[in-house]
Ligand binder design. Structure first.
Ligand code: 5GP
Length: 361
């Protein structure tokens, strides 16, 4: 387990609001409870529950969105999520989030995203390499100003953003998210995700926005096959996304297509187990895909919601599927191929992995 923590890792499937620390959630809930906006004890019970169905998870997300609605809180949870991933030796993080309009808080999709970016800027305990307005990758942290640890003594994490389209959204709202992503490319937005409750919404209503994103050269990842929906799974694979997440309910002919197209799969073991996508972890499709050398990347999905971490996911894969240290390190290194960031950053990531002390293997 310690070894899985020590190796450099890449996280490509993490939802911001699913990564809120339990302690932060409880703190936010307490404040709203005091204001009489929610009943704290009810919320506490839901937050502390272990093992939820997929439906219960989406009910919980609605609660998260009540707790974390103002700009200040969005910045805070972003900062904390980045700190937590860096502490896990995640060297590159693609953090995804759904930009939200919320009139009562004076929030637009654009101001939501700016709050996320402000959160990245506010991280001090680790070096966050992001993109500044003139397009150069830079660290936000200035040791001369803040004192304390110097840049060299601190961990460095590269962070990029994916904007999520929620399946509940209208075509126009999805289009607005894609336009925002295009506008914010200079600020580190590298792609689009389609997520949200898989039993809600129709492929045809997201398709125009996704097609537009594709035409504009934005890489796309889709939550695909979280429930059995053959028609949608086929449409998604025919769309040829750059990556897909979960892929729990693909049938043999779907797998044939995914394998032929070499579509990288974001594997979220704990999430799939906890939301009862499969009866036992050793039956997870990771096993056969790993053997077939299909492009895979281990991810957390929602560290807070599922009480997991990326090193925990690597450890789980290693113990369940009997992977040795070399295979695990190879798995984490291979993720470089599937990141949405540019080739220059991929080169930097290769150097980071090469520099890693292989004597630990
Ligand atoms: P946010 O986008 O608000 O930062 O992160 C929470 C949102 O991510 C949820 O409301 C939901 O739309 C999406 N999400 C998180 N985990 C899952 C998951 O396991 N499956 C799907 N389909 N969507 C998810």
């Amino acid at each position: 387990k310690e070894w899985c923590l020590a190796i450099p890792k890449i996280e490509l499937h993490a939802h911001l609001n699913g990564c809120i620390r339990d302690s932060t959630l409880l703190e936010l809930a307490e404040v709203l409870g005091e204001r009489g906006e929610i009943v704290f004890d009810d919320v506490k019970h839901v937050i502390n529950k272990y093992g939820r169905t997929l439906t219960e998870c989406f009910q919980l997300f609605d609660l998260f969105h009540i707790l974390a609605t103002d700009h200040e809180t969005i910045s805070r949870i972003t900062k904390e999520a980045v700190e937590d991933f860096a502490a896990e030796n995640v060297v590159y993080l693609e953090l995804r989030t759904t930009p939200k309009n919320n009139e009562t808080k004076g929030m637009t999709k654009r101001s939501y995203l700016k709050a996320v970016i402000n959160g990245l800027r506010s991280v001090e305990s680790v070096n966050v390499s992001f993109i500044n307005p003139n397009g150069r990758t830079e660290s936000f942290y200035d040791p001369l100003q803040k004192g304390g640890l110097t840049v060299l003594e601190k961990k460095r994490i590269y962070v990029r953003l994916l904007l999520s389209i929620d399946r509940r959204e209208t075509t126009a709202a999805a289009m607005e998210t894609v336009s925002l992503a295009l506008e914010m490319r200079e600020l580190g937005v590298v792609g689009i995700d389609l997520s949200g409750n898989p039993i809600v919404g129709e492929w045809n209503s997201f398709f125009p926005a996704l097609k537009y994103a594709k035409e504009m050269g934005l890489p796309i990842t889709l939550h695909c096959g979280e429930v059995a929906n053959k028609k949608e799974i086929q449409a998604m694979l025919d769309f040829c996304p750059e990556r897909i997440g979960h892929a729990c309910f693909l049938e043999d002919d779907d797998w044939e297509k995914a394998i032929l197209l070499k579509i990288p799969i974001e594997i979220c073991l704990t999430s799939n187990l906890r939301t009862e996508r499969l009866s036992s972890i050793d039956l997870h499709h990771f096993g056969k895909l790993f053997k077939a050398k299909h492009p895979l990347v281990l991810c957390t999905d929602d560290t807070g919601l599922f009480s997991t971490s990326l090193s925990n996911e690597y450890h789980l894969a290693a113990t369940t599927f009997g992977l040795d240290k070399e295979s695990i390190l190879q798995l984490s290194t291979n993720a470089i191929h599937y990141v949405f960031a540019d080739n220059e950053l991929k080169k930097t990531l290769r150097e980071i992995f090469q520099a890693y002390d292989k004597r630990l293997v």
